[in-house]
Design a protein around this ligand. Structure first.
Ligand code: UDP
Length: 334
C-alpha cells in the first residue's frame, strides 16, 4: 500500500457499496467527503460525522454542484450514488434516465473542470442477456422496456458518456459490479442474499423466485473495494474503460443458494417457490440475464483477483444481521 494520500469524494457514501468504499478509503489513509441524499442510505452516517477525516454532505450530488460546489483539490471521485435493487427501482419507473444521467452528467463536467479522475458505478444489468458476460461483448437492448431495461439503458448511456468524455480530458473508468453482497446490504432493495440470510435466521420460509435454476455469482464488498483502492490508477491508464468486477468462482443457482444458506446457518426454514410479482407487484421482472456470470478479463489483467468465497460471504452477512435488525426493511414485503 502506498503512502496515505488525498481526498476521495464518494457519492452515495451512505449506501451499501458506498459505505464499504468510504471505510476502505479511510482505512487506506485517505480523507473522504461523502455526498449522499440519504435516499438509499443503509446507515445514518453519524459515525462519519464524528470522524475528523470525514465530511458528510447530505444532498444530491447534482444539487451540490448546481449550488456552486465543486471537486477542486480532490484526488478522485467515486460516483456510486444511484437507485439500486430490483424492488427499489420500480418506484422510479419512467424517471430512471433522468435520475442516472441527471447525476452523472454534472459529475463528469465537474471532474473535467477540476482535473479529477472519476469512477462511475454502472451495473451488470447493462448486458441484457444471459451467460458468461465479457466487457468486449456487444450488449443487447430488449425492447419490452420494463423498469429494469430502462435502468440498464440509462446506465449504458452513462457508461458511453464517461468513455467518450476521455476525448475532453476526463480520466474516467466504469465498474460493472456483479451481485455484490455483505454487511449492510438491505433486503429492502429486494436483494437475494440479505433476504435469504434474514429469512433463515428468523426461521421464516426462504422464498425462491422463478424456479431457482437461475445463476448468480456473488462478490464480497471487500473484494470490490480492494479493486478500486489498489488498481484504480492502473485502470485509468489502461484502454479498458469498462471493467467487470465480480467473482465467477462463487456462481451458484438461486435454489443452491437457498440450500447453502439454510445448511450453513443451521436453519429450520422451509424453502418455498414464490412468484416475485406476488411479493414486489406486477411490474417486478427478472433480470434479462437468467444466468449472470462475470468474465474477468479486464480486472485480472490489472493484477486483481477476488478472494472471499461464498460460504464466508453468507456467514459474514449472517453475523451482521444476527447482531442488528435491517432497519431499512421494516416495511419490506419479505
Ligand atoms: N430472488 C429470490 N428470492 C428473493 C429475492 C430474489 O429467489 O426473495 C432471486 C431473484 O429472482 C433473482 C436472484 O435471486 O433471480 C438475484 O436477485 P437479486 O435481486 O439479488 O439480483 P439480480 O436479479 O439483480 O441479479
Amino acid at each position: 500500500m502506498g503512502a496515505p494520500s488525498g481526498e476521495v469524494i464518494v457519492t452515495g457514501g451512505l449506501g451499501f457499496i458506498g459505505s464499504h468504499l468510504v471505510d476502505a478509503y479511510l482505512e487506506a489513509g485517505h480523507r473522504v467527503t461523502i455526498i449522499d441524499s440519504s435516499t438509499g442510505a443503509v446507515i445514518d452516517g453519524k459515525d462519519y460525522d464524528r470522524d475528523p477525516r470525514c465530511t458528510v454532505i447530505r444532498q444530491r450530488v447534482e444539487d451540490y454542484l448546481a449550488a456552486g460546489g465543486d471537486f477542486a483539490g480532490a484526488d478522485r471521485v467515486i460516483h456510486a450514488a444511484s437507485y439500486v435493487g430490483p424492488a427499489s427501482i420500480l418506484s422510479r419507473a419512467g424517471r430512471l434516465g433522468h435520475d442516472i444521467i441527471g447525476s452523472t452528467a454534472p459529475v463528469i463536467d465537474a471532474c473535467i473542470g477540476a482535473g479529477t479522475p472519476m469512477c462511475l458505478f454502472s451495473s451488470a444489468e447493462v448486458y441484457g442477456r444471459s451467460g458468461l458476460l465479457d466487457e468486449k461483448d456487444d450488449i443487447v437492448v430488449p425492447t419490452h422496456y420494463n423498469t429494469r431495461i430502462e435502468y440498464a439503458i440509462a446506465k449504458t448511456l452513462a457508461e458511453a458518456m464517461v468513455t467518450n468524455s476521455r476525448q475532453h480530458g476526463l480520466r474516467g473508468i466504469v465498474i460493472r459490479p456483479f451481485n455484490v453482497a455483505g454487511a449492510r446490504q438491505s433486503r429492502a432493495g429486494g436483494f437475494v442474499m440479505p433476504t435469504f440470510v434474514q429469512q433463515a435466521l428468523a426461521g421464516k420460509p426462504i422464498t425462491v423466485f422463478a424456479g431457482g435454476e437461475q445463476v448468480r455469482a456473488f462478490i464480497a464488498a471487500s473484494d470490490l473495494t480492494r479493486f478500486l483502492i489498489e488498481h484504480m490508477d492502473a485502470a485509468l491508464d489502461s484502454d479498458d474503460t469498462v471493467i467487470n468486477v465480480g467473482n465467477p468462482a462463487n456462481a451458484i443457482t438461486i435454489m443452491g443458494l437457498a440450500h447453502q444458506v439454510k445448511k450453513l446457518l443451521g436453519s429450520a426454514s422451509p424453502i418455498v417457490g414464490v412468484d416475485g410479482r406476488s411479493v414486489h407487484g406486477p411490474h417486478y421482472a427478472e433480470a434479462e440475464s437468467f444466468h449472470k456470470i462475470p468474465a474477468l478479463r479486464a480486472a485480472t489483467s490489472l493484477g486483481w483477483q477476488p478472494r472471499i468465497a461464498l460460504d464466508e460471504l453468507i456467514l459474514s452477512t449472517a453475523a451482521y444481521y444476527r447482531a442488528r435488525e435491517d432497519r431499512r426493511a421494516v416495511n419490506a414485503p419479505l
